[in-house]
Design a protein around this ligand. Structure first.
Ligand code: NAD
Length: 489
């Protein structure tokens, strides 16, 4: 079995207490790698290494242009390793190889290239000042960033934090999910190969209650960048409040996807399928609540089910696979719990709803569709994070806006219509960080991504994300020749 270590100060180390844990291959259910498990002691060493690198290493003296060039060099090495990283990610997490090789890995390299290009474009401003003084601002790095990431897109969601943090000159300690630490450890090897100075990136695999909590409560951390569930986000805010540590939170969602009768039905069916079944439904922005106007409900549902039946579920490393296994057994059991809830509360199970019968091992679930769902049912209110769609009938625009916004979350929303005025009215009224029109679940490095309400605080990606990894310092220079005068004394 392959062994992995903590990555601290440029070295591969055992945990201080000698603990380890296993990573499971979700397509077989078998443990396939043993990883050193960080505890509070290791996190402390990692934060100190990151602090030292921030204050004293060649990193702290590197020009922004050189930083950008170094990050671009890493991006080039990552490009040469796309196939290998995609295979590692699909093995550890279960994402179909097409979704890692052609979507997740290339897009995370694009993110690194984008921020590498911005490293020497971070600038403050000269403020309007009277003639006897000079005021300006500096944009400075925060210091040591703690990044805590989930298991659904381990490399991509890490890079959303790592790239802007490094471009701005910070150092970082990353806590991967206990379910998927491998690809992140493999990726930092490539950063090291490119020449990233020791201590700039540190990785402390382990569990949330130990390593994660130690990172959030560490007084040497200047900012926590978190992606994960809303429940954990709440805990992190509480813990971070002790040291008034800045937090950005990318949390859960229950996104509405709304199909009006004037939409192109074929396109809407395809978009809604991608919106729910992409990455086995383990997408924070998933279009889990599909609102369909009553006049086209039956036709839409029939066409949707016909297509969803044809989804190829199988080994994630097989190029023909459209849906792989869920990432963990916990997740599989959670999905089963919600399916039973849906049935108990009176929704109509139209497709799936069970573990995959033809695949004996691994955490495979069938594409699942519920019809006749109402917005107050548990399956329409709570995040399932699996391939389970709730279809809800609606009458008109006013009613659907009210129901779409009637949720704790506000991450994404979709509208399918051929009416331009309606599209704009809807984009204005939907309370979500991203609104898609005639498409769903799209991402672009340049476009800020994040949530309203309990879906989070802050925006990742785009130029906007640099705000989260810099602080503003105001400088006031007195130009008076006769110096400072207080009450004429
Ligand atoms: P999770 O909240 O269980 O865990 C996320 C990370 O937090 C893991 O690394 C975990 O070890 C750590 N953690 C857990 N408890 C902690 C604690 N007390 N202190 C510090 N760290 C702790 O989430 P998950 O199950 O890994 O991921 C799924 C969730 O992530 C879903 O809710 C999904 O919507 C959300 N998500 C959001 C986005 C987004 O951009 N908004 C993207 C992907 C996933």
């Amino acid at each position: 079995m392959k062994k992995y270590h903590l990555f601290i100060d440029g070295m591969w180390k055992d945990a201080v207490l000698g603990k380890t844990f296993y990573s499971y291959n979700p397509s077989t259910g078998e443990a396939y790698a043993e990883i050193a498990e960080a505890g509070a002691e290791d996190v402390d060493i990692a934060v100190n290494a990151a602090r030292n690198a921030f204050e004293n290493s060649e990193w702290s003296n590197m020009t922004p242009s050189d930083r950008g060039r170094l990050l671009m060099k890493v991006a080039n090495i990552l490009r040469e390793n796309i196939d290998r990283l995609a295979t590692i990610e699909s093995t550890d997490n279960g994402l179909p190889i097409n979704e890692t090789k052609y979507i997740a890995i290339p897009s995370m390299i694009d993110v690194l290239e984008f921020y590498a290009g911005l490293a020497n474009k971070i600038q403050g401003s000269t403020l309007s000042s009277p003639s006897n003084r000079f005021n300006y601002t500096l944009k400075e790095p925060l210091g040591v960033v703690g990044a805590i990431v989930p298991w659904n897109f381990p490399l991509m969601l890490t890079m959303w934090k790592l790239a802007p943090a490094l471009a701005a000159g910070n150092t970082i300690v990353i806590k991967p999910s206990e379910h998927t630490p491998i690809s992140i450890l493999e990726m930092v090897k490539l950063f090291q190969e490119a020449g990233i100075p020791d201590g700039v990136i540190n990785v402390v695999p382990g569990f949330g209650k130990d390593a994660g909590n130690a990172l959030v409560s560490h007084p040497g951390i200047d900012k926590i960048a978190f992606t994960g569930s809303t429940k954990t986000g709440q805990l992190i805010m509480q813990t971070a409040s002790k040291n008034i540590t800045e937090v950005s939170l990318e949390l859960g969602g229950k996104s509405p996807n709304i199909v009006f009768e004037d939409a192109n039905i074929e396109h809407a069916v395809n978009g809604a399928m991608f919106g729910i079944f992409f990455a086995q439904g383990q997408v924070c922005a998933s279009g889990t609540r599909l609102f369909v106007q009553e006049t086209i409900y039956d036709e839409f549902v029939n066409r949707f089910i016909e297509k969803a039946q044809q989804i190829r579920v199988g080994n994630p490393l097989d190029e023909g696979t459209q849906m792989g296994p869920q990432t963990s057994l916990d997740q599989l059991e959670k999905i089963e719990y919600y399916v039973n809830k849906g049935i108990d509360e009176g929704a109509t199970l139209l497709l799936g709803g069970e573990r995959h019968k033809n695949i004996q091992n691994g955490y495979y679930f069938t594409p699942t569709v519920f019809g006749d769902v109402t917005n107050d049912m548990t399956i329409a209110r709570e995040e399932i994070f699996g391939p389970v769609l709730s279809i809800i009938r609606f009458k008109n625009e006013e009613e659907v806006i009210q129901q779409a916004n009637d949720t704790l979350y506000g991450l994404a929303a979709g509208v399918w219509t051929s009416n331009l005025q309606r599209a704009h009215r809807m984009t204005q009224k939907l309370k979500a960080g991203t609104v898609y029109v005639n498409t769903f679940s799209m991402l672009d490095t340049v476009a800020p991504f994040g949530g309203m309400k309990q879906s989070g605080i802050g925006r990742e990606l785009g130029i906007e994300a640099l705000q989260m990894y810099t602080t503003t310092k105001h400088v006031w220079i007195d130009l008076n020749e006769d110096g400072f005068n207080w009450y004429g004394v």
